[in-house]
Design a binder for this molecule. Structure first.
Ligand code: GLC
Length: 730
């Protein structure tokens, strides 16, 4: 009897307590019920507080109701060190180092969506452990010009590659209960004049080139937050742009998350209120180095918006719509008790950083099997500042405090033994800075003489150069002024070649550079900002432990004028009187090179291996297709070499007689195949016929014309291995 009484008492107690749990805190209730309940309990002032920053990287939540603050952190390649509450200085914590993952351009070069999911998951784990609710990445702006300061943060020049790589990254991050924040929406394709430039671009280029990755991130990735860009589009700032946000993002695409500013990208209260901005961050700052202190009440969505509602000028419902989205973000992150706990700096994080780096490195030239570098060499000259410079630093908001960063020099020493390595800087730059280039303080002539001295006595020379995320050398807030290597590297390479022909170059950058010495060197690797395991991955490829499988995510032009953005002069880049016109329209990257018959130095999708592959003939399951069909292509690929390797097979399509101008070919599928030596694999890839359509600006819809199409099976945008012709009948 006693037992029954106590369990009855307990259940009564439970019922009484559970009856008191407010709906918004009750995780058994549907999210929309919880949102409406929370909203109904808030005062006007509390709702206004929810939609703008209280500090550099947080919003206040609603303390009275126990709705937590939202904490955000950069960036796309790792969790940034803590920043001070109200200025851009580092907070000086000692528990905020991280795993530095390779830059997203490296991730794109892997052509491996599975790796992208793992990347996002690892980043989400580290962000969760650091108690961040939003990680401010990935960046998916298209690589239009090789001068853009932030291309290293993005996924290259092709909208399909960017779309396929961004979706798993977002899913990986968000499965940890941390929101990704896809950026910068939209048309942030240069850093020059970023906070004023007005971009004019056709609907066709907007929908076919610049929006697809964002659309995929929303509709396939389910991203919970999107960050507006600094620039304008058709005269209106992107962070409160009627067409981009209300019509396309939230209307056509059905985005139910939070639209936030970039830091300092809001400029008008009325537009911010009416054009879909939900959270305002970083106003009265330049997003990187300076800003007013404690300016939060001055924010466009703070006092000005509050007063407009109090004066009856604008309806409170406009505020409620924003708060609903912010609350949904809370419920998806820090009010979801079931979310993971995260972890950081785990061995698996380090291993993953290394694997992504290894798979992203691109071998561009290898005359006489220069690579792998033989173990018999006793004097291996390692020359260049990029062999030792910590490249996880700098670059702007994606800067990281990596717990470790294995340098290429250290990697080479670990691989070949200190006694066999001769090192010297060769050239030097200043420390990273976000507003100016700092001098190195070292004497260039002495550095050159020292370099030539060891090059002369070496068996082989490895020159580690490229860009370095210093100001205007792959850095936020500024573009490069030309495509040349900085710090006298070209002259130094020429001098080294005069004393030792057995020279290879390893470029580390996020952008294409001009290569006047290309014909004279034996080998060339395009490497990236590889993060914590840079040296291990680089030495792994150089030594042959790793067979390189990366492919270029962007075209490398011979000279800047061969690039689409620079062909039309200043009006096209960087713009005139704060306006630029994307005259290249849909023809950027390989689309441009092929249509205009301008051979690139190296094409999009190109990359060599230490083994060789043989492509079999492509076949299609039918020859005539209708709407709703998918084209099933089949082919074989054989590893005809002596070591295992991986090849990213690409599938492009080209329409024979389009009614509008179309590129010669467009990437519509790719598959990375890992094959043992001698292994032959049959593969099938399904491509929806709808993806063959072009955007018809007249009707505002995608159009698939009855016509012949060529399906190209290719090892790069320029090298077709096999092709087939099909017909589409509507
Ligand atoms: C910066 C960048 C953005 C970053 C944000 C916070 O200015 O443009 O990518 O996430 O502000 O640092």
């Amino acid at each position: 009897m006693k037992k029954i009484t106590s369990s009855l008492a307990l259940s009564l107690l439970f019922l009484s307590v559970s009856a008191q749990v407010p709906v918004y805190l009750d995780e058994t209730k549907p999210v929309n019920y919880r949102i409406e309940d929370a909203l109904s309990r808030m005062t006007l002032e509390e709702k206004i507080a929810m939609i703008h920053a209280q500090s550099k990287f947080s919003t206040p939540g609603c303390p009275r109701l126990g709705i937590p603050e939202l904490w955000m952190s950069d960036g796309p390649h790792g969790v940034r060190m803590e920043i001070a509450w109200d200025d851009w200085t580092h907070a000086g914590w000692t528990n905020d180092s991280c795993t530095a993952y390779p830059a997203l351009t490296c991730l794109a070069a892997t052509f491996n969506p599975e790796l992208s999911f793992q990347y996002g998951n690892a980043l989400g784990e580290e962000a969760r452990f650091r108690k961040k609710d939003v990680i401010l990445g990935p960046g998916v702006n298209i690589y239009r010009t090789p001068l853009s300061g932030r291309n290293f943060e993005y996924l290259g020049e092709d909208p399909y590659l960017s779309s396929k790589m961004v979706v798993p990254y977002i899913r990986g991050v968000q499965q940890n209960g941390v929101s990704a924040c896809m950026k910068h929406f939209a048309l942030n394709n240069q850093e020059e004049n970023r906070d004023k430039i007005n971009v004019e671009v056709s609907d066709r280029a907007l929908y076919e080139i610049y929006l697809p990755a964002f659309r995929a991130g929303v509709q396939e990735g389910g991203v919970w937050a999107v960050m507006g860009s600094y620039n304008k589009f058709r005269g209106q700032y992107c962070s409160h742009n009627e067409l981009l946000i209300n019509e396309i993002l939230k209307g056509d695409w059905g985005f139910d998350g939070v639209m936030m500013t970039d830091w300092g990208s809001a400029h008008d209260t009325r537009e911010a209120v009416y054009n879909g901005l939900d959270i305002e961050m970083g106003s009265w700052t330049n997003g990187l180095t300076w800003g007013e202190s404690s300016a939060y009440d001055k924010y466009y969505l703070a006092q000005p918006f509050l007063k407009a509602i109090q004066d009856g000028k604008w309806p409170e419902s406009l505020l409620d719509e924003k708060v609903r989205r912010v609350l949904r973000l809370n419920f998806r992150t820090n009010m979801d008790r079931s979310r993971a706990y995260g972890k950081k700096l785990a061995p698996e994080h380090t291993a993953l950083a290394r694997r992504i780096a290894e798979e992203g490195i691109v071998l561009l030239k290898n005359k006489g099997e220069f690579f792998p570098v033989k173990r018999s060499y006793k004097k291996i000259a390692v020359i260049g500042e990029n062999a030792v410079k910590r490249l996880s630093q700098g670059g702007g908001s994606s800067e990281l405090k990596a717990r470790e960063e294995v340098s290429p020099l250290q990697g080479m020493i670990n691989e070949y033994g200190r006694e066999n390595i001769l090192f010297t800087l060769g050239y030097a730059s200043g420390n990273p800075d976000y507003s100016r280039e700092l001098p190195s303080g070292l004497d260039a002539d002495s550095l050159t003489q020292e370099a030539l001295k060891i090059a002369k006595e070496a068996d082989i020379v490895l020159f580690f150069g490229g860009l370095n995320k210093n100001y205007s050398q792959d850095c936020e807030g500024g573009d490069r002024k030309n495509m040349d290597l900085p710090y006298g590297q070209n002259e130094l390479i020429e001098k080294i070649l005069r004393v030792n022909k057995n020279t290879g170059v390893i470029l580390i950058s996020g952008n294409a550079v001009s290569m006047p010495w290309l014909g004279k060197i034996n080998a060339l690797i395009q490497s990236w900002y590889l993060g914590s395991q840079a040296g291990a991955a680089t030495a792994g490829v150089i030594s042959g432990h790793i067979n390189p499988s990366g492919k270029l995510p962007f075209s490398i032009p011979v000279k800047l004028e061969d690039n689409s953005a620079h062909y039309f002069g200043k009006r096209s880049y960087p713009g005139v009187s704060d306006t630029q016109h994307y005259e290249d329209d849909i023809l950027i990257g390989y689309r441009w090179h092929e249509k205009k018959k301008i051979d690139p130095q190296f094409p999009f999708g190109y990359g060599l291996s230490y083994t060789t592959f043989r492509y079999g003939r492509i076949s299609t399951d039918k020859t005539i297709y209708s709407k709703g069909d998918s084209v099933i292509i089949s082919f074989t690929l054989k590893n005809t070499g002596k070591i295992k390797g991986a090849e990213s097979v690409q599938v492009y399509i080209g329409q024979e007689n389009p009614s509008v101008m179309r590129p010669v070919k467009e990437l519509k599928a790719f598959r990375k195949l890992f094959l043992e030596a001698g292994e032959e694999r049959s593969t099938r890839i399904s491509i929806p016929v709808e993806s063959f359509a072009f955007y018809n600006a007249k009707t505002g819809s995608w159009m698939l014309e009855e016509d012949k199409f060529t399906v190209y099976l290719a090892s790069s945008s320029q090298k077709t291995e096999s092709s087939a012709t099909i017909k589409i009948r509507n």
